[in-house]
Design a protein around this ligand. Structure first.
Ligand code: SF4
Length: 186
């Protein structure tokens, strides 16, 4: 089943996609401090980012209930290392791939995945809406499709890349984003 997901991720444009054991993933609550530093500007401005995303210890506990995970990465070229627009566009394309993968797991869930528990995690803040309801004061527009990031749940993505046999950075003037689909037995 996970192999089907892996092949789908690659066919949708993922640069690499590999399956790992969740017990081998490094979780670290100190990543919340990184979010709190607000380097990305999403802290307090996205329902799927801290502090609204939930307590990091509870989120890490939620990760631990899964057995295996499909880790995938997308890599896009940038004009240069200051190409902010290119980074945003790459993030949007990554999110589109993640949502298509979500559609595919929905399909599989009605067949092979019957009874499996699934969790999708992405990169950065949820990008489903052009402006998150958190900013405008509206309720989340897609609570059933909103996606937390790997880091929000305390996952060390650099070590995750190593675990999956992938490069965290894929060359000069490129941007790499990671996503994951966690699969559990219940
Ligand atoms: S679905 Fe829209 S409103 Fe909900 S967290 Fe994502 S961006 Fe924000």
């Amino acid at each position: 089943m996970l192999e089907q997901l892996r092949q789908k991720a690659l066919s949708l444009g993922a640069f690499r996609a590999e399956i790992v054991e969740v017990k081998d993933i490094t979780l670290d609550a100190s990543f919340r401090k990184l979010c709190e530093s607000n380097a990305c500007g999403n802290y307090g401005r996205n329902y799927m980012c801290p502090p609204d995303a939930g307590d990091i210890y509870e989120l890490m506990d939620q990760i631990r209930i899964y057995d295996k995970a499909l880790i995938y990465q997308t890599v896009r070229g940038l004009e240069d290392s200051y190409d902010f627009e290119g980074m945003m566009q790459a993030g949007s394309l990554h999110n589109q791939l993640a949502q298509k993968l979500w559609d595919y797991t929905d399909e599989l869930q009605s067949e092979d995945f019957c009874g499996k528990k699934i969790l999708h995690l992405g990169a950065g803040g949820c990008r489903l809406c052009s402006v998150c309801g958190k900013v405008t004061g509206a309720a989340c527009a897609h609570p059933d499709r909103a996606m937390r990031s790997l880091e929000t749940c305390g996952i060390n993505v650099s070590l995750l890349a190593q675990l999956a046999g992938m490069c965290y950075i894929n060359g000069l003037d490129t941007v790499t984003y990671f996503g994951a689909v966690f699969v559990g037995s219940k």
